[in-house]
Design a protein around this ligand. Structure first.
Ligand SMILES: N[C@@H](CCC(=O)N[C@@H](CS)C(=O)NCC(=O)O)C(=O)O
Length: 220
């Protein structure tokens, strides 16, 4: 039975899972949920994921939500190519990058991205600027890590890159919006602010089938 992926356009967490599936060359059935129609809160979907969030993966009878859990599951079940490291040291560094992303980038990113995309809370200028400072600090650390390596951990793409990349793309998209202008987020132009991150973004964008994972509503 085919793998089914329930996702939403522009969700960085769903994007992680799509990239994982594509990098592993796994065929899957796309179940795109429309947030605007509340499809992620429909009773049938809540049976799969009681949190009413995306992504959710269904592989035969097995259902799993939480993007990092799904990535880890897919890697154990379909190990080629391995994405969670070839040694204990690589595995540790990959999980550290993912944990740092969840602890700092996701949390601060939400405070910046949400007001810019949805227009609510734009008056919390100090909070947005503090969060932007955290994001610049995190991006600087990532930029330094990428100074002499093509990928965040080891010499090949790993779950660290796949986990962090969609969040970076989301931040860049938010930073490019008109509503971001008054906040001087200090993220763009990326090639000047974080040149190694800019090259890494291009590297991920050059992956085969990357375009299939690109959020459809971002093209409009
Ligand atoms: N920790 C979760 C986060 C999932 C998440 O927050 N998804 C958002 C989209 S980016 C969502 O579905 N939001 C809908 C809602 O909360 O109603 C994961 O990694 O899968």
């Amino acid at each position: 039975m085919a793998i089914e992926l329930y996702w939403g356009s522009g969700s960085p967490f769903a994007w992680r899972v799509m990239l994982t599936l594509e990098v592993k060359g796994l065929p899957y059935e796309s179940k795109l949920l429309e947030f605007s129609k509340g499809e992620h809160k429909a009773p049938a979907y809540l049976q799969l994921n009681p949190r009413g969030k995306v992504p959710t993966l269904k592989d035969g009878a097995f259902v799993l939500y939480e993007s990092l859990a799904i990535m880890s599951y897919l890697d154990r079940k379909y190990p080629d190519p391995p994405l969670f490291g070839k040694s204990p040291e690589e595995a540790g560094l990959i999980w550290r990058a993912l944990a740092e992303c969840e602890s700092y980038v996701v949390t601060a990113g939400d405070k910046v991205v949400r007001p810019i995309f949805f227009g609510k809370g734009l008056d919390k200028v100090e909070e947005i600027q503090q969060a932007a400072q955290t994001l610049r600090h995190e991006l600087k650390m990532i930029d330094e890590r990428l100074a002499d390596s093509h990928w965040l951990v080891g010499d090949k793409i790993s779950a660290a890159d796949i986990g962090v990349f969609p969040l970076v793309q989301l931040l860049l998209r938010a930073a490019s919006k008109e509503a971001a202008r008054p906040f001087n987020l200090g993220l763009l132009p990326l090639a000047q602010t974080f040149p190694n991150v800019a090259k890494w973004v291009q590297r991920v964008e050059a992956l085969p089938n990357y375009q299939r994972t690109y959020p459809p509503h971002w093209r409009q």
